[in-house]
Design a protein. Structure first.
Length: 382
């Protein structure tokens, strides 16, 4: 009642001034409160990074292949006498095809005759040159006669060398009239028939090596990155390649002995359409039962590395085309990390990142955080 009487006694002008003063006071108080809230550190919840003890396992689909085929060609103009049919299996040194040697043998005999004649002419030229040298010392002949004798001797010597070279070449051609397998192989293709007259360089057959098999695999680019194969020279040696026993028809006992496959070569270019790399694995003798062209599965295992760990789902968010998470440092500041997702498990992401077991990551309150910002930890998320 007393307050009402005081307000009643105020003039309208004084009442307006009092209301305005109360409004300003309230506004200042609210602004100070907002400012204080702005200064307060963001509150976050965290979780600890855990180790991922399991190794990485991937499956690749490969085809049994050979590094190269052997092409047999004719080395001379001669008739084909015999050639083995397609599919014939050979051991190293077995005869694949033979060509007629009659004409080349006759040429060789003629070259032997020419060689003896050239040797006789060389002997005569040497004797004549020696005789003229004696006469030249007595000044009984001209210098021109001695020079001509020297030239005749040189010409005879070169002619003899030329015949010897032709003879060696012809002997080599005769030897190559019998075509032998350089290794254990199978006749893959036949390009000539018996009775056909062949010319030098003409194709005869093609051999498929039996003991030089390899695996040609399509390696997806994302898996190559997970296995740390991109840009590695030499390639990652922590990988173990083994044949899948079911797809390769190997006995379980062989599979248990782990005949590891060796990485021979990895292409450094990706297929523009499939985004696959070409990878070649070297087979062992124990895999001789595999057939060229056979499709098999290869298990790739990578032993655990320190940069692979697991973090809760809530710690990782998708930003554009990349994943990101926030790590809480010991001084309660935060830093952003871009992990590589390796795989997933129940409630966790398996990631490759700079994180180590025991590090803290933020699972609540990530929105609006800035690099090196101070935050308040409310504890670990249950």
């Amino acid at each position: 009642m007393k307050q009402q009487r005081l307000n009643h006694n105020l003039t309208p002008k004084k009442q307006v001034s009092k209301v305005l003063a109360l409004f300003i006071l309230g506004t200042c108080t609210a602004g100070n409160l907002l400012y204080a809230q702005a200064l307060e550190s963001p509150k976050v919840k965290t979780a600890k990074v855990e180790t991922w003890p399991a190794s990485l396992n991937k499956t690749l689909y490969c085809v049994v292949d050979t590094p190269q085929l052997f092409q047999g060609n004719s080395h001379s103009n001669s008739e084909l006498i015999s050639i083995l049919p397609i599919g014939t299996q050979l051991k190293a040194g077995d005869v694949v095809a033979t060509q007629d040697d009659v004409y080349l043998s006759q040429e060789l005999k003629q070259l032997a005759i020419d060689e003896r004649l050239a040797q006789a002419e060389l002997d005569y030229a040497r004797s004549e040159q020696q005789r003229l040298t004696v006469l030249d010392r007595k000044e009984m002949i001209s210098k021109a006669q001695l020079s001509e004798a020297t030239l005749i001797q040189t010409r005879a010597k070169l002619e003899l060398e030329s015949l010897k070279n032709k003879k060696q070449t012809l002997k080599r051609r005769i030897e190559r009239l019998t075509h032998r397998a350089p290794f254990s192989a199978q006749v893959l293709r036949v390009d000539a028939e018996p009775g056909q007259h062949l010319s030098p360089g003409q194709s005869l057959f093609r051999l498929l090596p039996l003991n030089q098999k390899r695996l040609e695999c399509k390696l997806p680019l994302d898996i190559a990155k997970e296995l740390n194969l991109i840009g590695q020279n030499p390639p990652n040696t922590q990988l173990e390649f083994s044949l899948d026993s079911k797809s390769s028809n190997t006995q379980p006992s062989d599979a248990n002995r782990h005949y590891q496959l060796r990485l021979r070569q990895l292409s450094q270019t990706a297929d523009i359409n499939t985004q696959n790399l070409q990878m070649y694995l070297e087979l062992h003798k124990q895999h001789s039962s595999l057939l060229t062209g056979q499709r098999v599965k290869v298990n790739v295992q990578q032993q655990q590395h320190s940069d692979i760990s697991r973090v809760p789902y809530d710690a990782i968010t998708l930003s554009g085309n990349s994943y990101e998470l926030w790590q809480l440092k010991r001084d309660n500041t935060v830093t952003k990390i871009y992990p590589h997702i390796v795989s997933t498990s129940k409630d966790y992401f398996i990631v490759r990142s700079p994180l180590r077991a025991g590090d803290k990551v933020i699972t609540r309150g990530q929105q609006g955080l800035k690099e090196k910002q101070q935050v308040s930890e409310l504890g670990e998320q249950s």
